[in-house]
Write a protein that binds this ligand. Sequence first.
Ligand code: MEV
Length: 445
Amino acid sequence: MENDQHIIYGFSKKSRDEKLELVTRYLADPKSAIALFKSFQHANSKMQRLLEEFSENTITNFPLPYGICPNVLVDGKIYMVPMVIEESSVVAAAAGSAKYWFSRGGFKTEIIDTEKIGQVHFLWKDDKNLLFARFPALKERLIKECFHITENMIKRGGGIIDIKLKDLSEREPGLMQLYCTFETAQSMGANFINSCLEQFAATFKQWHLLQKEFSEDGLEIIMCILSNLTPNCRIKCYVESDMDRLNDIVPGWSGKEFARRFCLGIRVAELDPFRAATHNKGIFNGVDAVVLATGNDFRAVEACGHAYASLPGRYTPLTKTELSDNHFRFILEIPFALGIVGGLTRLHPLVKLSLELLESPSATELMSIAAAVGLANNFSAVKSLVTTGIQKGHMKMHLLNILKQLKVPENRKEEVIDYFKDKVVSVSAVRQLAEKWHLTGVTEN
Ligand code: MEV
């Protein structure tokens, strides 16, 4: 109650300037804060309005780097893949890996399926056997009465695949669900699925009332929502090579020794969920960056991947290796639901451009591209981890960032990089050196 006086009423109704004033009121320097927030607003007011409309209570924009991973050869087609990510080294790692595999046949993919899932969760107090007995008739009605929603999707090759009745009453008395599967063609399908589910619930309630053997309060709908775990919307992506073509992947290493160490790295992730989480995070470094650049929902993609990784009963890595007859194969199997229509895809100008850069891929081609970049990042990370260690590459990027921060002139950077070749990089160590060599904030001549 006491805190009620601090509640802000009507924040969403205020103008952007009023919001800015309110938000910065208690900051040390509200004027500068407002100026900084404003400096990130788009110069074109129409564009700014468009960006603001994607979300609520917007006061500015938050830019992230938009990079390109060139040379991504997927199923025989070469892509320049847009990646939106704030973490240094990720695009570089993906690019290194993509280039390496380019001359070894590139990434190959197989779409396993594209089935999406939605559920109507409900409590059932009436005769369960009777519900199961009458379910075929109910199902027919559910599908028929949803036609006004599915009609267009059917024209585009999608629609309802099936509706099943599931009994979960062993987990919770009375708990049941309509377990529904969908094909959503070129869209991720969240809105379509949720609309269908809500229509199913309405039809189900009406139908239930009309069945005279059932009681008035025998059905309680709990909720209708898609599931982000879509194990059957899944892709397999792999790279492969004869072992001798892996010779010198790290100077002085034979392909065989590299493959042995690489497989050990994967094995650790298979055996230990603590490693598996980091291992999969490295895959999502690449996947998420593509998902973001193409206006898809990276939270949904992550939720799906991590839940899928846990399906065996413990958390597992999403990649595996196969070694046979002097042959190395590295495979990613990952489920995710992506779309090239709907959501931000037609609205955000950079998303439109990303899709154009990728030569207007279909939803399944986009799955292949995102999986390839995820595999590229994972290959790069595990390769570094089991050979030189991860910090070598990371530290170089870290050093470059520090040099930028300290405004070290371009023509002096190489000396500093050379100096730190065999030393530990830290902000203070670089600052000290830069001060000693009089490099900070010097303007280039
Ligand atoms: C860092 O963003 C990702 C890695 O930790 C992935 C991995 O350990 O496999 C390098």
